[in-house]
Design a protein around this ligand. Structure first.
Ligand SMILES: *[C@@H]1O[C@H](CO)[C@@H](O)[C@H](O)[C@H]1NC(C)=O
Ligand SMILES: *[C@@H]1O[C@H](CO)[C@@H](O)[C@H](O)[C@H]1NC(C)=O
Length: 211
């Protein structure tokens, strides 16, 4: 397909892919098409069943065998296509004893509910004020959009929490992997962070960075 036709084709699907048009009740993603700013094109509603609106993947613990001791299981458009266009998603956090969800941010806000264990959760505002607290079972906390935030299991047992974010594809940018998990040169990272080369290289080896 020539480029202009391809562009028109994609724009058409992008324009109909959001349930926000109010022309459709929902728009279950057809993952066979590319995603656009408003999400995916819709599956033919004639082919949908109730099972398209149910996702059972959050019933299983995530794997916490990693450097942060956290298992993260996503119900986002890619795993639960019914979320497409609805600006909502849910994620399961299994945090091992001593584990953390490292400092990160999203374009959208996040609400956490603790189901089990004791978690210190916090965020840092753009004027560098930190808001953090030990959360227990049943507590919820909001992390406002785009601010850096974190969770730390400070209990003696594994912790379980669920988070809901107001995007079907929230993405997240983790400070440590962004800085040390790519080929950004060590001498630049030294300047940007005031860390010394040895420390930068150590972190690059943990997060798979080069240079
Ligand atoms: C969806 O339903 C239409 C008719 O309702 C049918 O022609 C088509 O083959 C179905 N597509 C899939 C992927 O099942
Ligand atoms: C958990 O992840 C580790 C590290 O990637 C892997 O070695 C292990 O097999 C995984 N365990 C399960 C149960 O998938």
């Amino acid at each position: 397909m020539e480029l202009t036709k391809m562009f028109l084709f994609l724009s058409f699907f992008a324009s109909i892919s959001s349930a926000h048009t109010n022309i459709v009740d929902f728009c279950v993603a057809d993952l066979n098409y590319p995603v656009g700013p408003a999400g995916y094109p819709c599956k033919n509603p004639a082919n949908l069943t109730v099972d398209d609106f149910v996702y059972s993947g959050l019933g299983v613990s995530g794997n916490t065998s990693n450097v942060f001791g956290v298992g993260v299981t996503f119900a986002i458009d890619l795993t639960f296509p019914a979320l497409n266009g609805l600006d909502i998603s849910m994620t399961r956090l299994d945090i091992g004893v001593g584990g953390v969800v490292p400092m990160h941010s999203h374009r959208v806000s996040e609400l956490i509910i603790v189901i089990q264990g004791r978690i210190i959760a916090g965020f840092i505002s753009s004027d560098t004020k930190v808001y953090y607290k030990t959360l227990k079972k049943g507590d919820i906390m909001i992390f406002p959009q785009s601010l850096l935030h974190f969770q730390v299991n400070v209990g003696k047992t594994p912790a379980l929490a669920f988070v809901s974010l107001n995007s079907a594809r929230p993405n997240f940018q983790t400070t440590s992997t962004s800085l040390f998990g790519n080929d950004l040169p060590t001498n630049l990272i030294e300047k940007l962070t005031l860390l010394d080369a040895e420390q930068v290289k150590k972190l690059k080896s943990i997060f798979g960075g080069t240079n």
